[in-house]
Design a protein. Structure first.
Length: 312
């Protein structure tokens, strides 16, 4: 199979003039809208001219990709090994030929990530077969995880739902998490997955939701439950917090209003919030979140049709 004819042609030899962006699974259109003009689209992998730019819908960014012409499987493997040791294959076509090249590379078999262990330190490059005789390879990527996918050793007993994985994912990516003695506010807390994560760090948690918490979470020693609306809560009515976390279900515009109220109050130091898109993706509001000074906007591996906004 050759490069799709509908896809723009990549530059023939520009080692530093373009960047690759691997979209979160199912969200290529969102990534293309975010990037604007592109010069190539290959499965979930999109290329754009210029230096790397902020792209929330990219799960991994390929820095300074290079085009490598090859005549054989062995030549392809030797060329990759000459660039660096550890490689992750993104295969969107020519799976058999790509797999044979991969077999000749040093094996990379990541184990599920234990939380709160730090992410892998070794660089992990990424590559793909553009056609039978062309490799596109990036020795450096934005994520140390394969395709930016953080697969955890899951706790299938203590948390009341799987939403806790999003918060693990966020803390792992930003390299910061609450510390013992800090105070956290969990808005839209029910049934308590995020409150459980925050409590496990050693922090104390004020969990706010009109719906009840799981009784096991409400019984935790440093969790205080308040039956109230996240949007009705006045920042002045609670003590200042080190972390404001929100996985509340609402339109992103409403979340932005809530966040700005807390930012204006100065009573929350750090934020981790989920923007949940209901229907069409609200790119305009996402850009407003990204424009807040000190912000990061990202699609986590454990996000669905949503983004995670972080301000440290």
């Amino acid at each position: 199979m050759t490069e799709p004819s509908s896809s723009p042609a990549l530059p023939s030899s520009t080692p530093t003039g373009w960047t690759g962006y691997l979209a979160a699974d199912g969200y290529v259109d969102e990534l293309k809208t975010e990037l604007g003009a592109i010069i190539g689209e290959h499965g979930r992998l999109v290329f754009a001219e210029g230096s790397p730019r902020s792209a929330a819908w990219a799960q991994n960014v390929w820095y300074d990709p290079v085009r490598i012409p090859i005549q054989s499987i062995g030549e392809g493997a030797r060329a990759l090994r000459a660039l660096q040791r550890n490689w992750s294959l993104y295969a969107f076509q020519l799976h058999r030929r790509a797999g044979l090249i991969e077999e000749k590379l040093p094996p990379v078999k990541p184990k599920p990530q234990a939380f709160p262990a730090p992410p892998p330190a070794a660089p992990l490059g990424a590559w793909t077969l553009l056609d039978a005789n062309t490799i596109i390879a990036a020795p450096r990527c934005s994520s140390p995880f394969r395709h930016g996918e953080v697969v955890f050793q899951e706790d299938r007993h203590a948390p009341p739902n799987r939403a806790y994985l999003k918060l693990w994912d966020a803390f792992t990516r930003i390299g910061v998490r609450p510390q013992q003695g800090e105070r956290c506010l969990d808005l839209g807390a029910s049934p308590g997955g995020w409150s459980w994560v925050l409590h496990e760090t050693g922090a104390s948690v004020l969990a706010v939701d009109k719906a009840p918490l799981d009784p096991r979470i409400e019984a935790l020693p440093r969790v205080e439950y308040r039956r109230d609306s996240a949007f009705a809560l006045d920042p002045i009515a609670v003590d200042p917090v080190d972390w404001l976390c929100s996985d509340v279900v609402c339109y992103p515009t409403r979340l932005l209003t809530l966040v700005r109220r807390w930012l204006d109050s100065g009573r929350a130091k750090r934020f981790v919030c989920t923007l949940k898109f209901q229907g069409e993706t609200d790119h305009a509001t996402a850009r407003e979140f990204a424009a807040i000074p000190g912000s990061q906007l990202m699609h986590l591996f454990h996000n669905k049709h949503e983004l995670t906004w972080v301000k440290l």
